[in-house]
Each structure stands twice: as structure tokens, then as C-alpha cells.
Design a protein around this ligand. Structure first.
Ligand code: CA
Length: 249
């Protein structure tokens, strides 16, 4: 079973720059979405550093033998910690980028273990599992509104319009330490994994984009294009990035 990914990013209808990026490393079975923040091009630089750091890090540190689940999780966790450091070092050396940060969500399905997906993230970029009749959010946003939902202070619906909805509790480059969330799940051959930035999830409900993916289930590329088109139709208030991964049939 060979897993393939398709990705697409779009500036949206409102923003003047696109601070999102994505990467597809087919040979490593590695897919990444990052959503940068910070003025003076800081957001673009930070999200690009995610792409520039994680691929090479995984390539360098990945052992050849089949890796136990624990090792695969540690690899992605350490790749994100290394990225945090890379961003902070870059900001320290280039004053104009001071305070820049980014989210990152990373998926790896290694060739040795094609039935398992390891997912690591920092921030509010998300991963979803898409099945024939259901879609499941796999990641928990590192955000203030998510904490408040957990505490029962606000509802998920209220979070969508909450004034603090964009405040993250963790991002890469922000603090000297970072604690990525990492998980491994079993995959069914017909599963798809969606990685996306909040430019998608804040423009439409999960049900809405699940419907789009189902309607274009035959083509990863078409599903990605349609997701972006729909987010733009609904206002495109932020940069939109999607990466969809499915098994080759
Ligand atoms: Ca965003």
C-alpha cells in the first residue's frame, strides 16, 4: 500500500500575503502544513522554516530499519522542537523577524508501517481522518478558545466568532520550549487524512467540508481544489491550505 498526497495553498480573498506553506515528501511518506504569523514577512519566513527544517531533519534522523511506533513519534516530536529552535535562532539573527511564529501539523506514514499514521502538531492547524461515512478531527488546537471549550466556559459554536479565537497557547518560535502533541493511529486502506490551516476550518463547518471531500472522493487534487474554492466562496478571510493523503488504488 502506497500513500500519496496532494496539496494546495491559496492567499484567500482578503489577505495581501500568503503566510501558509505546505510540503509533500513522497519518498519519506511525510506531509506538512504550516501557518505563519508575524509582520514584516515574519510569518512567511517562519512557515518556510518549518518546511526547510522538518524534511531534512526526518531524512537525517530516520533509521532505516522498521521503526517502532515510539521512535516514529519521537522523530516527529524532535523535528518540531528543532524547528522551534531554528525559528528562534533566525529571529535572533534578523531583528526584523523578532516575534515571528508559526503552526505546524505533520503526518508521516512510513513505508515500513503503511497501516499506521503518526501525526504531530503545534498550534491550530489540524488533521482529520476521512472515511466513507464519517470524518474525525484528530488534533486538538493549542488555542485559548479550545481551553475555554474544555472548561465549559464557551461552546464550540461560540468559539467560531470569539474575539480571542486566533490566540494560540502554543506556536513554533514563540517560546524557548514547545510541547508538540503526537499520536499514532491505525489506517484503513480507504481512509484519507486531511491536513489544513485554519483558513479552511474557520470558513466552514466540518460537515460542509466533509461534503466537499465526499463529492470529489475520486481525486485528491480535485477535492483540494474544491475545498479552497468553497472557502473562498464563503469569504476567504484567511490564507487557505489543504493537504489530502490517500492510499494509491
Ligand atoms: Ca491562518
Amino acid at each position: 500500500m502506497k500513500w500519496q498526497g496532494w496539496g494546495q495553498t491559496d492567499i484567500g480573498r482578503v489577505r495581501k500575503v500568503n503566510q501558509d506553506t505546505f510540503a509533500i515528501h513522497q519518498a519519506l511518506g511525510l506531509w506538512i502544513v504550516a501557518d505563519g504569523m508575524g509582520g514584516h514577512a515574519g510569518g512567511e519566513v517562519a512557515s518556510q522554516l518549518v518546511i526547510d527544517t522538518i524534511g531534512p531533519y526526518v531524512e537525517e534522523h530516520q533509521t532505516k530499519k522498521p521503526q517502532p511506533k515510539q521512535e516514529r513519534e519521537t522523530l516527529l516530536r524532535n523535528a518540531l522542537i528543532a524547528t522551534n529552535q531554528a525559528i528562534r535562532t533566525h529571529a535572533k539573527n534578523h531583528q526584523e523577524f523578532s516575534g515571528m511564529g508559526t503552526t505546524a501539523v505533520v503526518l508521516q506514514i512510513s513505508e515500513d508501517s503503511p497501516g499506521e499514521a503518526t501525526i504531530a502538531h503545534v498550534g491550530d492547524s489540524r488533521a482529520y481522518r476521512i472515511q466513507d461515512d464519517a470524518m474525525t478531527l484528530l488534533t486538538r488546537d493549542h488555542s485559548l478558545v479550545e481551553d475555554r471549550i474544555d472548561l465549559g466556559i464557551i461552546t464550540r459554536e461560540e468559539a467560531l466568532t470569539h474575539p480571542l479565537r486566533n490566540v494560540l497557547t502554543q506556536g513554533l518560535g514563540i517560546e524557548s520550549t514547545v510541547e508538540p502533541s503526537v499520536q499514532t493511529l491505525s489506517l484503513h486502506p480507504t481512509d484519507k487524512i486531511l491536513l489544513c490551516s485554519d483558513g479552511l476550518t474557520k470558513m466552514m463547518t466540518d460537515d460542509e467540508f466533509f461534503t466537499v471531500i465526499r463529492q470529489h472522493n475520486h481525486s485528491l487534487k480535485e477535492a483540494c481544489q474544491q475545498l479552497i474554492e468553497k472557502a473562498n466562496q464563503l469569504g476567504g478571510k484567511d490564507n487557505i491550505t489543504v493537504v489530502l493523503v490517500g492510499a494509491e488504488t
